[in-house]
Design a protein around this ligand. Sequence first.
Ligand code: 2AM
Ligand code: CA
Length: 254
Amino acid sequence: MSILITDLETVVRDAGSIALAHFNDLKSLSVNKKSPRDFVTDADVAVEAFLKATLTEKCPEYGFWGEESGQSADQSARWVVDPIDGTHSFSRGQYFWSISVALEIDQELILGAVYAPALNDYYTAEKGKGAWKNGLPIAVSTESNLADAMVATGFACLRSYLTDNNLERFGRIAQRTTGQRRFGSAAMDLCLVADGQVDAFWEQELNLYDVAAGALIAKEAGATVTDFRGNEGVFPKQILVTNGKIFDQILPLM
Ligand code: 2AM
Ligand code: CA
């Protein structure tokens, strides 16, 4: 591997500085709609352009797939990038948004970085080596009782006008848990499970770039990553991430 986890951190933190400069001057930010409920800002475009240029220069052997610029031809080994996950929160001056960068080789996630610049929290993982937050190892929570659990979800699916819109599922699970949160950045939600801040997270209708880095971070921190039927793997259209201990209790409610 020609790029080390520490090199990736430098690149992603520099990308964070670009995003923060826009975040600290929201009055000048131009926010456009890609589709009726899907936003893109100058910051998304600038951060992705920086990551694409920098990562491609450092590692010409890897392709690049970003939310805003699409996929390059070589896709067997590639960076999978969401320049800003949580664009709507970003555009409103809220703090839960992140930059998500994963390295995927032959459909396996090898490196992941999720950086939340407004919180200055940097999460990273390397396959088989563990997960870290701000340089310190992290692990999922020890909560084993769903009734006492804190869970998180998101409603990207509402923007896709799906009939299975997660509202019934949310109601079902909300009645069986103590805490429910909705942070607005799937990449961060996965890191919050990894860090033991929440015990489970699920969402529908996401894209690989929203969850690739966070899924590796969660797995390396000891999380289960499955679809809503419990099949292991990273399924952006239906992703369930748990601390493992409440997996059997939450799965039937999915
Ligand atoms: P984004 O900010 O990169 O678009 C929050 O519920 C999650 O949904 C975020 O990860 C957000 O990513 C994603 N999201 C927002 N709009 C979406 C859409 N139209 N379709 C799918 N996912 C979306
Ligand atoms: Ca995005």
